[in-house]
Design a binder for this molecule. Sequence first.
Ligand code: HEM
Length: 541
Amino acid sequence: MALATSASTFSALYSIHPNFSVPSTFTSFLLLATFFFLCVTVYRVHFHPLAAIPGPWYAAVSDFWLTTHVARLQQCTTIQSLFEAYGPVVRIGPNKIAFCDVTSMRSVYCIHKFEKSTYYKSLLTNDNDHAMTTLPNAEHAARRKPYAPHYSQANLALFQSDIHDVTVKLTDILGRIAGKASVDCLDLFRHFSVDVLASTNFGSRPESLDLWAVNMPDYISIAVNDFPKRGVLRSAVPTWAWNLISRIPSSRWRQVCASDKIMAQFVSEKLYLMRAKMLAGKAIGDIDTEKMPLLQRLLQHRISSASDLMSDQNIVSEAMGHLVAGVDSSSTTISYFLWELSRRPDIVAKLQREMDDAMPDRRVIPDISVLSSLPYLNAFIKEGLRLYGAAPSLLERVVPQRTASPVSSVDGDFDLMGYALPPGTIVSTQAWSMHRSAEVFPSPETFLPERWLSADNSEAEEERLASMAQHMMPFGAGPRICGGQGLAQVVLKIVVATMVRNFDIKANPSETNERTMAIKDAFITLPAALECKLSFSSRPQ
Ligand code: HEM
């Protein structure tokens, strides 16, 4: 009876709407997909465990919105504007939270030591893990142990003369072209950083600076710079597609695709040479007292009390990881420091006064202990790292399972500023925002080294300086903090000291200006124009 009624209703409807027809499979699929999408949207925005956290509703629906900003190299500024609009904790994806709060920063990175997210896998070297890409804490600790002592202050002091040699060569090269043409500092300091890292890590340098000086391509500097682009692409496409696109017949394109292999070959050659020397008894030394390049340290490292050595594959990947992590980060940071100097004669005058006293012979670089005691130089470096540290982006971590290892477990849902976050939630903060907190750093966008100098010895002044220090994280925080921080700090001090002592630096506004130097971020920052052209003129003796 009911069936007959509905059938007659249907034919009645059909007779009223003669154009009505049964929906096609495609239309049904579309309707179903729309319905499904609506259900997911309503769930994610209103019923998801993270639904109470403020943020734009479209960010809660899908990662697509954030990805569009990542692709436009403006993630840092986008997240910063969300903090300004919604407060210090924001939902930036269906399963992603960003926060800007010093207590939460310490809790996530230093106290609970949450593990890294899979984002870092795009930085694998030679298709293999190294310290930066190793996610589990215990495995990471085993990776970090062999290399960490290399970057200690005491060990780096043994390499000071090598760093000085490279810096004096840099000064000579700049001296020869001073006053003649502008120089792309990004490129120049990439070559400089390759030479510095190669001296400390491999025991010999590829003379990248010399190649730069005669305008010859240096394949290793190019490969280091290409590597992150290759990594992002490689991790975005399946292997069969990668095999296809890496064969596109363009020599420059193939060079980008092969950057991983080029670096691996370079490091492997250094490794075999080092091993041959060691076998010949030439470079074997006491690990605690003798100067030994990173490669030798890794070759000698015993994984356990048994005699297991690190595999060649792991040594190569680790050493490559340090090139990738150290070269572009240093050259970008230095370029921004010099760009700031080119437009701030007031700062240059103070630095030059300090350096003229500390470095009477401009070709003799003072010991790092002397540089580290110079108040204005150190204030400049801190302020530079605050605004121009080259890795100010979100450092993603994952809220652990409740039963996770004691190193990073939390008892129930993790409480982040009053919000309960279930296991698996991706949480992160970014130095970009921590360093721009107006309460801690008044006039945060102003480059002001003086903010790091104590006005008096009062308790209030001590508290102000301590609060700024707590908010600083240019090298990250906790057990995953930058492994090469010690070397980066030494190099920054030596370069700034030497450059201001030897040169006056200018920018020609038609080639280098606020627009060309606008900061873009692809985890590591870079200027919008992908170059930083500055002119150097030698200072009178
Ligand atoms: C100014 C220059 C530099 C900046 C701003 C910088 C910044 C950073 C940051 C923020 C991290 C942490 C990433 C995270 O938590 O996800 C990191 C990690 C790392 N950096 Fe640097 N870095 C610099 C220079 C260097 C240099 C010169 C080296 C080595 C030669 C280096 C080697 C590493 C390594 C090995 C890691 C991974 C640490 C680990 O997980 O054990 N960095 N760096």
